[in-house]
Design a protein around this ligand. Structure first.
Ligand code: PEP
Length: 253
C-alpha cells in the first residue's frame, strides 16, 4: 500500500550542463518504473533539471530549505524560491548538513515546518553514527531525531512527508547496512512515528533506507517489508546505475 520512492541525492555535483546531460540520459531509463522517482539536485540546477524532467515520471527536489519566508538570511534559499524553479521535494537534515553545517533537530524541525507549509514534500533524514551503533544507541538516537524533527507538527500536515533512515557510517563509505539492520531500524522508526501520530498514519508514511545503496544490494534492501525506498548518493550520479536501483524489481536477491 506504500508506493516505493527512490530518490537520488546529487549532493554538490553537476553544473547545469552536467545536470542536463544526466537527467536527459535518465529519463528513458526509468520511464516505466514502478517506484516514484525523485532527483534532489543542487539549487543551481533545479530549474534546468525540472525543465528537462517536465512531463516525465521524475520529480525534482532540492537538498535544503530555509526556515523563514524571506529576509536577512544570507546564503539561504526559501521554499517559495524552490517552488518557483520547479522543486517538489526537499531533503532536510541530511547527515552531511548535521555534521558540517551545524544542522540540529531543532533546525530540521523549523525547515520541515516551512517546507510543509509551502507545499514542498520533505525527505527528513535521521541516522546514527558508527560509535552510536557500537554503543547500542541506535534506537535512542533515531527516536530522539524523529521526535525532534516532528515536534509540534500536526498530524494533518504530514500527508507528503518521507523519512529517510541513513546510518551515517553507511553514507558514501561503500559499507551498506545489511537488509536486516535496515529493516530493524526502519521498523523502529515507524514505531516511534506511530507513537506520535497513530498506527494508521505510520502505516501510510514512507520510510526509505539510505547508505551506499546500489544496483547490487537494492533488491534485497527493498525486499524488506518496512523499507519503502532508497535515498541514493553516489549511485545516483550515473544514469545507468541509478536506473538499475530504480528498476530493482527483477534483479536477483
Ligand atoms: C546520501 O547522500 O544520502 C547517501 C545515501 O549517499 P551514498 O548512497 O553515496 O552512501
Amino acid at each position: 500500500m506504500r508506493r516505493p520512492i527512490i530518490a537520488g541525492n546529487w549532493k554538490m555535483n553537476n553544473t547545469r550542463t552536467d545536470a542536463k546531460a544526466l537527467i536527459t540520459a535518465l529519463v528513458p531509463l526509468v520511464a516505466d518504473a514502478e517506484p516514484e522517482v525523485v532527483v534532489c539536485v543542487p539549487f543551481t540546477a533545479v530549474e534546468t533539471v525540472a525543465a528537462a524532467a517536465k512531463g516525465t515520471n521524475i520529480a525534482v527536489g532540492a537538498q535544503n530549505v530555509a526556515w523563514a519566508d524571506k529576509g536577512a538570511f544570507t546564503g539561504e534559499i526559501s521554499a517559495a524560491m524552490l517552488k518557483d524553479v520547479g522543486a517538489e521535494y526537499v531533503i532536510i537534515g541530511h547527515s552531511e548538513r548535521r555534521q558540517y553545517f551545524g544542522e540540529t533537530d531543532a533546525t530540521v524541525n523549523l525547515r520541515a515546518v516551512q517546507a510543509i507549509k509551502n507545499g514542498l514534500k520533505p525527505i527528513i533524514c535521521v541516522g546514527e553514527t558508527l560509535d552510536e551503533r557500537e554503543d547500542g544507541e541506535t534506537e535512542r538516537v533515531v527516536s530522539s531525531q524523529v521526535r525532534g524533527a516532528f515536534e509540534g507538527i500536526a498530524e494533518g500536515m504530514l500527508a507528503n512527508v518521507v523519512i529517510a533512515y541513513e546510518p551515517v557510517w553507511a553514507i558514501g563509505t561503500g559499507k551498506t547496512a545489511t537488509a536486516e539492520q535496515a529493516q530493524e531500524t526502519v521498523a523502529y522508526i515507524r514505531k516511534v512515528f506511530a507513537s506520535l501520530y497513530g498506527a494508521a498514519l505510520a502505516q501510510k508514511t514512507r520510510v526509505q533506507y539510505g547508505g551506499s545503496m546500489n544496483p547490487a544490494n537494492a533488491a534485497e534492501l527493498m525486499s524488506k517489508p518496512d523499507v519503502d525506498g532508497g535515498l541514493i548518493g553516489g549511485a545516483s550520479l550515473r544514469a545507468e546505475e541509478f536506473a538499475k536501483v530504480v528498476n530493482y524489481k527483477g534483479a536477483a536477491i
